[in-house]
Design a protein around this ligand. Structure first.
Ligand SMILES: *[C@@H]1O[C@H](CO)[C@@H](O)[C@H](O)[C@H]1NC(C)=O
Ligand SMILES: *[C@@H]1O[C@H](CO)[C@@H](O)[C@H](O)[C@H]1NC(C)=O
Length: 331
């Protein structure tokens, strides 16, 4: 065997060993981020969804109120529930819409915090790989968008799930839309890994509060209603691991629903711009609150209490939800 052949095959061997190691570790756990709580042990953040329209459809007015309320609550970060850029996500890393719909709109001081974001179905209609690229942070360092990941915020652990690939009709009947399935296809393998990774992250979690964030609805009386794939595949996991909240966008409304057989609360914050669809389902079982117009949601947490508020375009509080947990003795 000559030397150069030996070197080449050694290099190939090392490369394939490294690749398979990467593959194993990426499918075995979700990427983890950390965010500290405030000095007094509390944590506040804001949730908005379905927003990027270059300021149109009241996006700018909602951004203004987010800034004002964000300042008042001294928020640590913002969560985006997806459909970040309309109509078709970003065209690439250079798409000016990133600044036109994000950087130049959410200008308030209180919003200059990390934006932990997931992708929505509209984001998948553009260059989804670009939208989750860390390169965008060179343009705006707030942008932390990934497919599925865990944010450990000490008292709360927040599990972000990439829900678009779950929805079968986007794969089988995409109408005139095309979806960017790079790094995702094949569907079955991808969603099996996401669910497995979520389960292992939930198993390891010792946080007081456990929230799961995804773009698509589980329970909703809005235009899209339930997402049956998530009811079947994701909801049983949320119940089994005592997840407190499932937070989503997709329906362009503000909404709070609960379940008959588990304590989980379903919160929709998908009203960052275009709303007023006026399309509401008849079955209102488990519904506590529904608002068809623009707005956003805030969460204020301590070890034992969560206060959740929904705001409209004028900063009025439309709905409140308080949850509390017993202080467990370690004995
Ligand atoms: C903007 O918000 C106001 C107040 O809720 C509403 O009357 C109006 O229809 C909204 N505009 C759009 C385009 O949604
Ligand atoms: C909800 O919790 C907050 C903060 O702990 C408290 O100020 C408020 O009175 C509570 N509201 C209700 C309706 O219990």
């Amino acid at each position: 065997m000559n030397n150069s052949f030996y070197c080449k095959s050694m290099a190939l061997f090392l490369l394939s060993a490294t690749l398979s190691l990467c593959f194993i570790s990426s499918s075995a756990e979700l990427q983890r981020l950390e965010h500290p709580v405030n000095e007094d042990g509390s944590l506040s953040f804001l949730v908005v969804g379905d927003w990027g329209r270059r300021g149109d459809y009241n996006q700018t007015n909602i951004a203004y109120q987010m800034g004002r309320i964000g300042e008042k609550l001294d928020i640590s970060f913002v969560i985006s529930t997806g459909d970040n850029f309309y109509e078709n996500g970003l065209t690439g890393l250079e798409d000016p819409e990133f600044e036109e719909s994000f950087t130049n709109i959410y200008t308030a001081t209180s919003l200059q915090k990390p934006w932990y974001s997931v992708l929505g179905n509209h984001d998948y209609r553009g260059d989804a790989v670009a939208q989750v690229s860390p390169v965008l942070r060179k343009i705006d360092s707030r942008w932390i968008c990934m497919r599925s990941f865990v944010l450990n915020a000490e008292i709360a652990e927040i599990f972000f799930i990439d829900t678009t690939p779950f929805v079968e009709k986007y794969w089988t009947h995409p109408k005139d839309d095309t979806y960017d399935w790079r790094d995702v296809a094949p569907r079955n393998e991808y969603i099996a890994n996401v669910l497995k990774d979520l389960e292992s992250a939930l198993t390891e979690s010792s946080a007081k509060w456990k929230f799961v964030v995804g773009h698509h609805t589980i329970r909703s009386i809005g235009y899209h209603g339930e997402t049956k794939e998530l009811v079947t595949l994701l909801l049983p996991i949320l119940k089994a691991y005592n997840v407190d909240l499932y937070i989503n966008g997709h329906d362009h409304c503000l909404e709070h629903m609960s379940d008959a057989d588990s304590p989980i609360q379903f919160l929709t914050s998908g009203a960052g711009s275009k709303a007023w669809r006026g399309d509401i389902k008849n079955d209102h079982t488990g519904l506590h609150f529904y608002y068809d117009g623009q707005g956003f949601m805030t969460l204020q947490l301590t070890q034992t209490d969560a206060e959740i508020l929904f705001y409209d375009i004028s900063g009025n509080i439309l709905h409140k939800l308080n949850l509390s947990k017993e202080l467990y003795s370690t004995m």
